[in-house]
Ligand binder design. Sequence first.
Ligand code: PMT
Length: 398
Amino acid sequence: MNLKNKKVLLGISGGIAAYKGADLIRRLQDQGAEVRVVMSKGATAFITPLTLQALSGHPVSTDLLDPAAEMGMGHIELARWADVVVIAPATANVIARINAGMADELITTACLATDAPVVICPAMNQQMYLNIATQENLANLSRRGYTIWGPDAGIQACGEVGPGRMLQPLDICARLEQFFAPKLLAGQKIMITAGPTREAIDPVRYISNHSSGKMGYALAQAAAAMGAEVTLVSGPVNLATPAGVTRINVESAEQMLHSVMQDIAQQHIFIGCAAVADYKVKQVADQKIKKSNAHMQLDMERNPDILATVAQQQQRPFTVGFAAETQDVAHYAMDKLKRKNLDMIAANDVSIAGQGFNADSNALTVFWQDGQQALAVASKQAIAQQLLTLIANRIKSS
Ligand code: PMT
């Protein structure tokens, strides 16, 4: 419930993406937000005010000069009520009129009359989006402090391909959660490793593990939302870079170590969430190895320990490790905390189905020298936020 009691005024303008407004209302409510809706006349051609009224639980205004609507919460009152105004979808037309400061309909008037932040989620034909007029309007609005989210690129309703698709409601909701998250890590530089490493055997084969990167990416997203400047050193994963995060792609443990050490002196916090391969092949073959023998043996040697190397630095950041265990979780985690000289370790029991590797949820027991705290099973996003809050509090109290 990261948007608990937040008042969202949702402005829906007239594009095919207007139907996504219904889902957006639900997603916002799932997070505890109170949603009121205003629509442009054009939007009513794509989705009815009645549908949105039923979903939001409040009358939906479509007309600036509707005496009945003004008897309830009038348009100025609505603009003042909002903690945030979200225009989604925002057509080229409504963007141009907001930029011009027009007050000719409810959506544009709400933008003029509010002192809350305004978020614009563009959605239109890709050529209209790329048109210099739209680009200048958006740049202007951005300069004036409006927040622009999206658009996504892809196949459009008109059959063309390019930028102009409204962000998915879940994505908008996640960004709003970030927007409102307490800025506990403001001014902090944080580096996070995520995903697996790949240790080459020959030009076409490698050794790796099941890490998806979801836990590390959730940490990066939550840290950015909490105001930190985030560097994500990532093994090969299939995830989008969270907004506002600097991502460095690596493959092997050696490359990860190199990237981490290049910038570690600037960091206040380091979190080693990557599943780094403990061993690498001693002699990587130049050519693809032929399967001429019934058996094959690989000569392997230890990889450098990135986390321990960071913790050994004289001027080191607040250093947090992860421990992926399948038995005696607390015992092994505490051992790693001491042996690697960490400030904190987050242990997960990766033998439990639905947690740990490649799952959407996780549960952690977090240990530090003189304390511990269990974080009950929850989405990796929620766990990330709780772990970062713990870290922020530990730093504050030390
Ligand atoms: O990526 P997901 O699919 O979301 O899964 C998340 C996760 C299970 C990978 C994550 O929650 C997790 O537990 N990450 C650490 C995995 C791991 O390698 O644990 P470990 O107990 O083997 O290593 C202990 C710590 O040392 C870790 O912080 C690890 O990053 C670090 N390490 C290990 C070896 C090495 N050579 N260098 C290291 O820095």
